[in-house]
Design a protein around this ligand. Structure first.
Ligand SMILES: Cc1cc2nc3c(=O)[nH]c(=O)nc-3n(C[C@H](O)[C@H](O)[C@H](O)COP(=O)(O)OP(=O)(O)OC[C@H]3O[C@@H](n4cnc5c(N)ncnc54)[C@H](O)[C@@H]3O)c2cc1C
Length: 515
């Protein structure tokens, strides 16, 4: 037992809990928070560990990326959410190692013990082994990704405004979104609405309605997990919003400014200043750490295969919830989808089950309530499949808005989001179109290059394009318009080449910082 390691050597919150079992929850996402709350009345000491100090509502990341809402509208500090719960201690840090045989985890460089462990560390993005693409095409998993995408979209428009050559301008006004699942469709639709509709009259030189948004997918239609009828409606709504869908197109290679796809008609080279990746998901790396130390099974996506109570074989004290688990003990034997509702239900069940185990009460059984799926493809059109009932258009939007506001924990955020959505529909205006951050603080540059934004005269100007956009612009002037590079070809490498050369390092750096 973990008696002498309770609360990570800190004082327990109440004397009566001094010898209570210690539950360690890793990850304050949908699943972790629910597990924590379900244990509120239980005689346990909970330590909630997360590498961020906030809970992120990932389904609305694309709205931050397209300036519709602010970062603070979709993220809530963990201390606000569960900090007042008397049996909870919240600690900021990253769990890096698991020692299940000793009931221990390694956290902030120290080893700590638990009686019950809940792993709910979610998932990250996968580039299918091509991690060097990460710097050219940011994924959308964390707040920094969304802010990075917004910066790239707005910076490309600013550069386009200053570019007299219409073709170069078109290049800067071309956005490629890779992957046509719910995230890709939402991102493409929202990017189109932001660039072609909200900014329609905002520039003097360029015509925002000429912005091209290309959605690329190997499949024949969008939203393939949805019923065919809804996929078709979603595609029509996207096309109406100005999104071009490139079906049966698989990305083969990428470099700044260029995406090469294979299609049934052969290879096609797409030139675009901004590329966004929504195609792949991989489970948190703690799944592999658990496999190495317990021999548990992982599925193809790296998710931990769990028993009917979300534990792993031979380790009943370890539970896995949310995107990190592969749970197939459902009526139809299909694994739970990697979505918010199943994560919440699993977290809630695990909390209740641990409470029952601790109190010696009969244990509950998990029953998954499938609430269906939905996606918003344009501000005025969404599709929803709610347990066989299909909705689209404006009714779909209202349902989508109701469900998403219901999932948001914080009342102030609900009001803020609803107000911003309505205001934007009525006025086209977006609340958070700020071009913030230094180029050197962003992906594709090493941390050593980073300069404090206020120190003018040193490092890149705060108004410079990011390295990725700079490289894309160089690619354009060199490869397409045939203009010679300003640097001597044999004496000094171009920035583009440097970016490609250092790509692995940069990708590793940014992957570490922005995973
Ligand atoms: C762009 C996007 C759009 C989406 N849209 C929808 C949607 O419309 N509807 C829907 O139902 N679902 C949607 N999802 C999926 C949904 O967000 C996830 O299924 C859900 O967040 C999973 O919850 P979780 O608790 O497992 O993980 P998360 O919510 O990801 O939480 C994991 C937590 O663990 C922390 N963590 C990770 N590693 C460590 C570590 N080593 N140490 C400490 N802490 C760690 C993280 O900081 C994070 O707070 C979307 C996801 C994305 C990325």
């Amino acid at each position: 037992m973990a008696g002498d390691h309770y609360f990570l050597e800190l004082e327990p919150p109440a004397e009566r809990l001094r010898h209570a079992p210690h539950v360690v929850i890793v990850g304050g996402g949908f699943a972790g928070i629910q597990a924590c709350r379900a244990l509120a009345q239980s005689e346990v000491r909970i330590t909630l560990i997360d590498k961020r100090n906030f809970n992120l509502f990932q389904p609305l990341l694309y709205q931050v990326a397209t300036g519709l809402v602010a970062s603070g509208d979709i993220a809530t500090p963990l201390r606000e959410l569960v900090g007042k719960q008397p049996n909870v201690q919240i600690l900021l840090g990253e769990v890096t190692q698991l020692i299940p045989a000793e009931h221990q985890i390694v956290f902030n460089g120290k080893t700590f013990s638990y009686d019950h462990l809940v792993l709910a560390t979610g998932s990250g993005s996968s580039f299918f082994g091509k991690d060097n693409w990460r710097t050219f095409a940011p994924p959308m998993k964390i707040l920094e990704h969304a802010e990075e995408i917004r910066r790239r979209l707005l910076m490309a428009m600013e550069q386009a405004e200053q570019t007299p050559d219409p073709e170069a301008r078109q290049f800067l006004q071309t956005v490629v979104v890779i992957g046509s699942g719910p995230s890709g469709c939402e991102m493409a639709g929202a990017a189109s609405r932001m660039l072609r509709w909200s900014l329609k009259d905002a520039y003097q030189q360029l015509d925002p309605t000429k912005t091209r948004i290309l959605l690329i997918d190997p499949g024949e239609t969008v939203l393939r997990s949805m019923p065919e009828e809804l996929s078709k409606q979603a595609l029509l709504a996207l096309q109406k919003a100005g999104v071009e869908f490139l079906q049966q197109s698989r990305v083969e290679s990428m470099r700044p400014g260029e995406v090469v796809v294979s299609t049934p008609d052969g290879e096609q080279c797409i030139r675009a200043a901004t590329v966004i990746w929504t195609a792949g998901v991989r489970a948190s790396h703690l799944g592999h750490a658990l496999e190495a130390t317990t021999g548990c099974s992982l599925d193809r996506g790296g998710r931990v295969v769990v028993e009917s109570d979300f534990s792993i074989a031979s380790y009943p004290e370890i539970r896995i919830a949310g995107d990190l688990c592969s749970y197939s003990h459902t009526k139809d034997g299909q694994p739970l989808p990697g979505m918010a509702a199943p994560a919440k239900q699993a977290g809630s069940f695990i909390g209740k089950d641990i409470a029952a185990v601790v109190a010696g009460r009969p244990r509950p059984k998990f029953q998954y309530l499938d609430l269906g799926s939905m996606a918003i493809v344009d501000g005025s059109s969404a599709v929803a499949d709610l347990r066989g009932l299909k909705f689209s258009g404006l009714i779909g939007v209202l349902l989508w808005a109701g469900v998403h506001l219901g999932l948001i924990h914080d009342m102030q955020q609900r009001v803020s989001l609803a107000t911003k959505w309505i205001f934007s529909l009525l006025t086209r205006q977006r609340a958070s179109m700020l071009l913030t951050g230094m180029p050197s603080q962003h992906m594709a540059l090493n941390a050593a290059d980073a300069h404090f934004p206020m120190r003018s005269g040193e490092g890149p100007s705060i108004a410079s394009p990011d390295a990725a956009l700079q490289a894309a612009m160089e690619y354009y002037s060199k490869e397409i318009s045939g203009l010679s590079n300003t640097q001597e070809p044999n004496t000094q490498k171009s920035n583009t080449q440097e970016l490609i050369d250092t790509n692995e390092d940069s990708a590793a750096d940014s992957a570490a910082a922005i995973k």
